[in-house]
Design a binder for this molecule. Structure first.
Ligand SMILES: Cc1cc2nc3c(=O)[nH]c(=O)nc-3n(C[C@H](O)[C@H](O)[C@H](O)COP(=O)(O)O)c2cc1C
Length: 226
């Protein structure tokens, strides 16, 4: 078969990061099938090194309250650093443009630090999502290979959600609070937090839902050798 089924095409192209969710949870059996499909992701030597913590209900509410507090105190405990200033061009510029488009969609002006802080805080409020997944890894060497496996897992998870009409957003920022998250979920310090994913049903009426990212043309990423 040379062309993918239209359904696959639609799922891949319609998936996007959602940053406003309705509170209603995903039924447990549906969520289990999403997780079973995510489990089909490839990994180095089939090691399947993802340790996935699914959080919802009162546990998620309590965790959100803790993270809002930690964010307010700028008490960051990340296992893996992240700073867009570390990116060389053209990646740094792309990151700046993405931020600009998102803040514009939300109607937040450049110098408006208070509103910007609220936008950041929405991350640790899980954008109102009824569920969050935390992706931990067992540290191996420089962790690059294991992190790649978790990336494969995360995209499969997001596509499995999209195929069922649900949505999610991967969030590196949740990884800034590795210690309180490990503590709240009883995860051993042997596991390192790569990122989290808030997920559920999109709130299509929210300003954040009117926002979409585009992609650079393949010619800028792909070289042909034949
Ligand atoms: C590993 C990873 C971490 C991300 N972290 C965040 C985050 O902390 N907060 C956020 O709002 N979006 C985050 N995003 C979402 C990206 O901004 C988004 O994927 C990108 O702008 C492309 O948009 P799209 O997912 O809608 O196609 C993250 C995405 C990935 C893959």
């Amino acid at each position: 078969m040379s062309s993918p089924s239209p359904a696959f095409h639609d799922v891949v192209r319609s998936r996007h990061s959602v940053r406003a969710f309705l509170p209603s949870p995903i039924p447990r059996d549906v969520l289990k099938s999403v997780l079973e499909e995510a489990q089909c992701a490839p990994s180095n030597c089939n090691t399947q090194p993802w340790n996935v913590q699914i959080v919802g209900g009162d546990t998620l509410k309590a965790l959100s309250a803790t993270l809002v507090e930690e964010l307010g105190k700028e008490n960051y405990t990340f296992d893996f650093s992240f700073d867009t200033r570390d990116y060389p061009e053209p990646y740094r510029q792309r990151a700046a443009e993405q931020g600009g488009r998102y803040y514009q969609a939300l109607g937040v002006a450049r110098g408006d630090t208070l509103s910007r802080a609220e936008v950041v805080e929405r991350n640790v409020r899980f954008f109102g999502a009824p569920h969050a997944a935390f992706l931990f890894l067992p540290p191996v060497g420089d962790n690059v290979r294991v992190a790649a496996d978790l990336g494969m897992y995360a995209q499969t998870f997001l596509l499995a959600l999209a195929a069922r009409g649900y949505a999610g957003v991967p969030q590196t920022i949740l990884g800034f609070f590795a210690e309180p998250i490990r503590q709240a979920l009883g995860v051993s310090s042997d596991f390192k937090l790569l990122f989290g994913i808030s997920f559920g049903m999109a709130d299509g009426s929210h300003a954040a839902s009117g926002y979409r990212e585009h992609r650079i043309p393949i010619e800028q990423s792909v070289a042909w050798h034949e």
